[in-house]
Ligand binder design. Sequence first.
Ligand SMILES: *Cc1c(COP(=O)(O)O)cnc(C)c1O
Length: 491
Amino acid sequence: MNYVSTRDPEKKPVNSARAIATGLCPDGGLYMPEKLPTFRLNDFISLMGKTYPERAALILSSYLEDYTYDELLEDAKAAYAEEKFGPHPAPVTALSDMHVLELWHGPTCAFKDMALQLMPRLFVRALRKCEEGREALILVATSGDTGKAALEGYRDVPGTKISVFYPTDGVSRMQKLQMQTQQGSNVSVHGIRGNFDDAQTGVKMIFADQKMKTELDKKGVFFSSANSINWGRLVPQIVYYVSAYVDMVKCGSIQMGESVDVCVPTGNFGDIFAAYLAKRSGLPIGKLICASNKNRVLTDFFESGTYDRTRPFYATVSPSMDILISSNIERLLYLVAGPERTAEYMEKLRTEGKYTLCEKDFEAIRREFVGFTTGEEQTKATIKEVFASEQYLIDTHTAVAVHAAKEYLAAEGAKRKLLTVSTASAYKFASDVLDALESGASADDVLSALSEKTGTPVPAPLADLTKKPVRFGEAIASAEMPDAVRAFADQ
Ligand SMILES: *Cc1c(COP(=O)(O)O)cnc(C)c1O
């Protein structure tokens, strides 16, 4: 299978290893498979008796044709090992009105681990397959969770270095502490004075800086990305939708072939786009419900057909979704509109900060997606309500989705079973979750307080964070990012 740029009508295809090694296409577009694989119900049936790593290797081998099944199985087994994820990396829990896919059992307690424990392994293999002798410098802009998960995934991986930038006042205390205390000999972490989009724009500018590229090339270093603009980051996310579907069949919640609706708390549009890819490859998914927080650029997009990033940016209690430029929308546009119109839309976004879909494209997207917004108070009320009625503890991001799912059910009725994606452990956002459960509650040790209040255990990776030394305490201006990267490359 070949990979092409979302913006290139001439389709100069590369193989999957090259797409993963490179990250962003040379023309600024994102890599997409030229043709998506298709699965049949029999393929899903055959996954029922398999472990998660086996399911992953089987599914991934149809997207990544220049990786062997054995390579993928070896990588998936190492990535989703029980020591890191517990007995099931992506279990499904049934609540009274919906099912919940829990994606936060990994080493950093957020769903990013699902992709970022596997991606570095795919990436290192990609470098070997492409006979790339240079060292890779992975640049990451993060709204919190990606940074930590990428640092954990790439730390001490030979042939790589990783440099992470996050908005210094735009992440939770726990997220900041996780990054500032990061271990490993090949890591660099900077807070920047600005929001996530400033960090992402800064990284994109470094990627586009030809002078710097040449400079680093002379030193035997090249840039790559770990953001969900990289196909290697996106493709592992397809697996858990298939796995969850198979598990829902296995436990009798649905019949094989029955459609389920999927509701995803969304920021950069990577997670929900993976669900859409799974659907395009044959997984029986009905509607895709895109849940946003107060930064409702996507809700407005699905309602009006206009993507407009020229609006105020809000810092919310679900910071990993505080995004105004959802990069993976570009891949959706490519699938519905083709490369020419995608390039036009993206050029409009760059120059005017907005674009409006033509009627045909808007219709095609509206058939598949519906957007909902959950405000700050609704987010907190949902945490409280779900805990009170189901004794089920959810974090702020998951609450955005659960509220959206409930609104969808209220509007549409329960036409199909509904699967809501849970993206973080409540402990990662402990102070806001505690405040939601008991308004005004505060404690010196919020983790213990939350544990006592709910009778749930503090996840081990978060429990001893405050005892670790801070290695990366400083914040810089976004204009200083290129110099920080140069200095790190020289280390
Ligand atoms: C990253 C993240 C999201 C948003 O996922 P996207 O793929 O960026 O849409 C939602 N919740 C949490 C906890 C996250 O870390």
